[in-house]
Design a protein around this ligand. Sequence first.
Ligand code: CTP
Ligand code: MG
Length: 237
Amino acid sequence: MPAAGSGTRLDSDRPKAFVELAGMTLLEHCVLGTLASGAATEIVVAVPEALVRPAQDLLAALLASADLGPGAGTAVRVVAGGADRIASVDRALAAADSPDLVLVHDAARCLTPPAVFTRVVGALRAGAPAVVPVLPMTDTVKRATGTGPTGGEALVSDLDRAALRRVQTPQGFDAAVLREAHAHQRSDPHPAATDDAQLVERLGHPVEAVAGDERALKITYPIDLRIARIHLEESPA
Ligand code: CTP
Ligand code: MG
């Protein structure tokens, strides 16, 4: 679970995973949601280095006090993350046991419903090596190609919106495929990579979609916290 970002765009006084939403940090919401899905046998969280100990204390208290449902007994560990998301996932992966399947789930998508986990795991169990939850695009999309006549971006409309998808997490992988993809990224970095599916795709493995969910939104800007509060009011965890 990558949770080591600083949350620059959220503009808060602490790293994003430690920001509160309805009385609990995003990290706690995310760990509880993951446990409630019953999809994890072990959770490894990557947080900013200075917050490893506080995160351990926070999560130990949470596990001791909350009703964990199907997640009871799941081990939760905390490691120091890296300079970018891929590096944080890499560190969490290095600290994880050796299961057959791995889910990579952003702490920032802390309200992801259990059904999304279930769909991802279902496709993995059916044999897909890489699975991502997606939603359709709603905005018209254009591609920036350079500079326009008065200095703004020049745009072309050569992307078919109907063929584009917004990608969420948890992304699920055959563990060996994901480990190979991260090893390749370490030896031959793709600097613009923003998710794990891209790394796996680079090795030639197919990436398959399942339905995502609007409640799995990534908390990015302050407005997203307000939207998340509305989701919580409408369907409390
Ligand atoms: N992440 C991480 N390690 C990093 C950077 C990001 O584990 N070095 C995690 C974040 O904690 C988040 C997820 O990757 O759960 C998606 O990243 P993003 O939404 O961009 O979060 P931040 O990087 O914290 O936000 P910002 O880009 O606004 O600073
Ligand atoms: Mg970021």
